[in-house]
Design a protein around this ligand. Structure first.
Ligand code: SF4
Length: 439
């Protein structure tokens, strides 16, 4: 059996990178950058599959599924580079025989828990898609949902899927090269989270972010494989991705038809062993692709020539913000990592944490079962209660007594309450304001 092929192409530097990267952090579009992106997209796809005609047949509709991730600007480095969106759409319009090119996604969450329309606007993705000549920009969360059974899935057996994702003849998976505090990395496999809804607190994307995130990514990937996975690695993100990590200029593109193999190779370039990435190793075990680098044909630039060891993301929320005490005992990574994500955002909010502590006093965050929790700890204090499962532990009484003792209780229901990535930060800022601070 032939090895799956993954292409790595060095794009060269882009004129706009200097302004885009810190300290300027301003996205500026230059025509020559778009031309360079288009040429390098073509080179990468030619290397990976021998030309776009081997993927897109005459008259077919093509959906580009980018990683919109959050309601965030390009300068957040959390979303796919608008130059790559514009370049990919323009390339497909000019060089493929597609009847229509669509760009569609549903972000995970945002300041207001992630609606697609404002997220497309904020990310510059709508404008980029239109400049490239997209026939449709599709806000998935405004589209019809289709009930889908997932044969052979292990835990995520039934899904509601946005209809355009199923309607398109071809789907191009277009993630960005980033670390992720729950998934270790977020690449092609993680990008499929955007095909299912995220209405909070209890819809499907939430259930897909508990401790078994990797297995659920594998199950979700069974719904429909990408015809091509293409990674935007012009500027990647390391450290506390996917939302407050540090940008890393890589100037690379990756492409291949086996998403597992593309993710494995990209992870290797980021300095990870593929076995460190749950989604990669589980999809491989589930027979959905190849994760063994020795069994993948890397074409273009060798991995060793472009490897850069990305800083690892941390998911531990304890001891992070002075005076904000995270009470974690029987707490799974669903709440654990998402509290960390919320506190990471709070830490970069510009609020002086010492002043926060002085004004708001000690703040307690509890999730899951906390058998050693002392309800007196929170008397007269702000108390956050995360998730749903604390109600099913024998320590429920202690949390309920704590809620009576607390000065104020802020609850974030759901399992996993992924939206606390954004909501916890916003609510901590509200606490600060209520306590006399200025945001
Ligand atoms: S509610 Fe409980 S089970 Fe669900 S993500 Fe939070 S800690 Fe995990």
């Amino acid at each position: 059996m032939s090895k799956p092929k993954v292409a790595i192409v060095k794009t060269g530097e882009f004129k706009g990178n200097k302004e885009f990267l810190p300290p300027t952090k301003k996205f500026v579009r230059y025509n020559e950058d778009i031309e360079q992106v288009k040429a390098k997209i073509e080179e990468t796809i030619d290397l990976a599959v021998g030309g776009i005609d081997n993927i897109v047949k005459p008259g077919e509709t093509v959906l580009i599924k980018p990683n919109l991730a959050f309601q965030a600007p390009p300068e957040s480095y959390s979303v796919v580079d608008p130059r790559v969106i514009e370049g990919m759409v323009a390339f497909l319009k000019e060089k493929s025989q597609a009847s229509e090119v669509w760009v569609g996604d549903n972000p995970s969450l945002g300041r207001h828990v992630g609606r697609a329309r404002p997220a497309f606007e904020a990310a510059g993705m709508k404008a980029a898609a239109e400049r490239g000549g997209a026939d449709r920009v599709i806000y998935f969360d405004e589209e019809e949902l289709v009930d889908v059974e997932i044969p052979n899935a292990k835990v995520f057996k039934h899904a509601k899927v946005f209809k355009p994702f199923l309607d398109a003849d071809r789907v191009i998976n277009l993630p960005k090269l980033k670390t992720h505090l729950a998934g270790t990395v977020t690449l092609g496999l993680k990008n499929w989270q955007g095909i299912i809804p995220n209405v909070h607190p209890s819809d499907q994307q939430q259930g897909a972010h508990r401790i078994d995130l990797g297995q659920k990514m594998s199950d979700v990937y069974r719904i429909r494989k990408a015809d091509l996975t293409f990674i935007d690695a012009i500027i990647g993100m390391e450290g506390q991705g996917p939302h407050v990590g540090t940008p890393v200029e890589m100037n690379l593109f990756f492409a291949g038809t086996d998403t597992v193999a593309v993710d494995a190779v990209a992870s290797s370039v980021m300095g990870f062993e593929t076995v460190e990435i749950a989604a990669v190793r589980i999809t491989a075990i589930d027979g959905l692709g190849e994760a063994d680098i020795s069994k993948i044909e890397v074409v273009g630039t060798p991995v060793d020539q472009v490897r850069r060891f990305f800083k690892r993301p941390m998911n531990d929320p304890t001891g992070l913000v002075p005076g904000v005490h995270v009470m974690a005992q029987q707490t799974c990574p669903g709440c654990f990592a998402n509290v960390r994500g919320g506190l990471d955002l709070f830490n970069v909010s510009g609020i002086d944490t010492a002043d926060f502590n002085k004004k708001a006093g000690d703040v307690y965050i509890v999730a899951g079962g906390v058998p050693d929790f002392d309800p007196e700890l929170v008397r007269g204090k702000y108390m956050f209660v995360e998730g749903d499962c604390w109600k099913y532990f024998p320590s429920r009484d202690k949390i309920e007594q704590g809620m009576k003792n607390a000065k104020k209780v802020i609850e974030h229901p759901g399992c996993a309450p992924v939206y606390i990535f954004a909501q916890l930060n916003g609510d901590l800022q509200s606490v600060y304001q209520e306590a006399g601070g200025t945001v």
